[in-house]
Design a binder for this molecule. Structure first.
Ligand code: FAQ
Length: 318
């Protein structure tokens, strides 16, 4: 009997996905759809939270009050994105603490880019311009994802990410048009962040384990390679405006395709980083563990307050 119900529910689910209707938390969904969403959304949330570290590192060293205020606001936004995304993922039946445990025990991944260091102030411009720029290209597509809470979170997040991208570009522009030393720093930041930014889109479509299913279920709306190419095509003219050299000598306009050709990513480096062996993987998790431990008193206070409120409510009822 259960089987027949599931078969009918599956037909209804497929019809709604085909019709561009959103799937909501209380709707029936295939187990693998739920699992895949939990994997992608929780990893996305972890990326936002771990992503605060490379920039947070520069808040105390920002060169002016204006830059410090902008950076503080941006890093705070990233924390907020993590919180929306953890909440949206909880609607699928997993708890926040289960997700955090998966991150801290390295069962769950987070975006490879955050395992690279931010060595100087120009890197903060490169993070906003390139990393947020790449994140937006991916997240605009995800505004149309089939899961309602994820799609709605993406709409809000994209609005904030465009401020992040603009502030990064404005920062790198000031450096690229500044003194020869500043221009050199901007070029160096571009050279170091270019390839890791391209890696954010994931492996080539032919090597992407989850893409086929995720595209069928409309969890993902465009493939890794399509989004990566879109990012290259929109960023190359920005490099030209900055007057910087291309970070990849193979970048060349292809008239026939109407897009830029470019060199091949070092996939060995990508897999090293996502498997825990990038330059900062150890440092990022160590820092997260410490911050989590330091915050235990806050969680304890919240629990104690909730218990007190509960007891008050029970006493009033009695
Ligand atoms: N890093 O089969 P696929 C941001 C893993 S937010 C690490 O192609 P999928 C904001 C993948 O998880 C940035 N791991 O996977 C900000 C899978 O491993 P698994 C985060 C990666 O899911 C800015 C395996 O490789 N954005 O930056 C990466 O279909 C500045 C096979 O790959 C999102 O998370 C990678 N780059 O496609 C914050 C967007 N690529 O799970 C602070 C949502 C692949 O089986 C400062 N996510 N892997 O162990 C997505 O769109 C997708 O998950 C992809 C990967 C496109 C990232």
């Amino acid at each position: 009997m259960q089987k027949v119900d599931d078969a009918q529910a599956q037909i209804e689910f497929d019809r709604r996905v085909a019709d561009e209707q959103k799937i909501e938390p209380t709707d029936w969904m295939p187990d693998d759809y739920r699992k895949n969403l939990i994997r992608q959304m929780s990893q996305h949330a972890h990326s936002e939270v771990i992503g605060m570290q490379p920039e947070g590192n520069w808040i105390t060293r920002a060169p002016s009050l204006r830059r410090k205020a902008i950076l503080l606001a941006k890093v705070q936004d990233e924390g907020g994105h993590g919180l929306y995304l953890y909440s949206a993922t909880e609607t699928l039946g997993i708890t926040r603490s289960e997700m955090i445990e998966a991150l801290q025990t390295r069962k769950a991944k987070y975006a490879s880019i955050f395992n690279y260091p931010t060595l100087n102030w120009a890197d903060i411009g490169a993070v906003g311009w390139l990393v947020d720029g790449a994140a937006i290209v991916n997240q605009i597509a995800l505004q149309r994802t089939s899961y309602g809470p994820y799609s709605r979170a993406m709409i809000r997040i994209c609005k904030e990410e465009s401020f992040h991208q603009r502030q990064g570009y404005e920062l790198i522009y000031a450096m690229a048009k500044g003194s020869p030393e500043q221009k050199e720093m901007a070029q160096d930041a571009l050279n170091r962040f270019w390839w890791p930014s391209l890696m954010m889109f994931g492996p080539h479509d032919s090597d992407s384990a989850h893409s086929a299913k995720s595209m069928q279920w409309k969890i993902k709306r465009e493939t890794n390679d399509v989004l990566r190419q879109r990012f290259i095509d929109q960023t190359v003219p920005q490099i030209e405006v900055l007057g910087l050299e291309m970070p990849d000598p193979e970048i060349k306009w292809n008239e026939e395709k109407g897009q830029y050709d470019s060199g091949e990513i070092n996939w060995q480096e990508f897999y090293e980083v996502i498997n825990g062996n990038g330059p900062c993987n150890h440092q990022r998790i160590k820092h997260h563990l410490k911050a989590h431990k330091d915050g235990e008193w806050v969680r304890e206070a919240v629990r104690a307050y909730a218990e007190k409120q509960q007891a008050k409510k029970a006493a009033n009822v009695a």
